[in-house]
Write a protein of this length. Structure first.
Length: 150
């Protein structure tokens, strides 16, 4: 399979070592939403038997990257997407598999218009991390930028 025929999830799994290491499952990747699942794996448990905070951070950041690539993939020839900063809050104990759902915080057209104007746009991606029972175990925001190529 070539890069041109790979889905965003397949591309990330093939090119991002941490996504492969954690066996992340890219369930849905569209410009509107990305859903990524972290299977329950004892090798990545913390001291209370749930997924380690670092694994949950990587899960959420990977979901944010998937939506960014889905939404702005057409801009890759002229700009590089980069995470600028991230903040995560752990809300409830996560046990078993967890799922991260990412959504863009600004319209794609608005961000691209800033890029067209010669700016370096920033935009937030909100991510909810949930258990299989639907309880939200964490919330994360990653601010991304599209850095124009020199």
């Amino acid at each position: 399979m070539t890069d041109a025929t790979m889905s965003i999830g397949e591309l990330l799994a093939a090119t991002v070592p941490m996504a492969r290491t954690l066996n992340l499952e890219f369930v849905e990747t569209t410009p509107e939403r990305a859903v990524v699942r972290l299977p329950d794996q004892p090798d990545f448990h913390n001291h209370v038997g749930g997924p380690h905070a670092g694994a949950m951070f990587t899960l959420a950041e990977s979901a944010s990257g998937a939506i960014v690539l889905s939404a702005f993939g057409e801009q890759l020839s002229r700009a590089v997407p980069l995470a600028v900063r991230a903040e995560i809050g752990y809300k409830k104990l996560a046990m078993g598999p967890v799922t991260a759902t990412a959504t863009l915080g600004r319209p794609v057209a608005e961000v691209v218009a800033e890029l067209d104007a010669g700016l370096r746009p920033e935009f937030p991606v909100a991510i909810a991390i949930t258990r299989d029972d639907g309880a939200t175990t964490g919330e994360m925001t990653v601010v991304w930028t599209l850095r124009p190529n020199s």
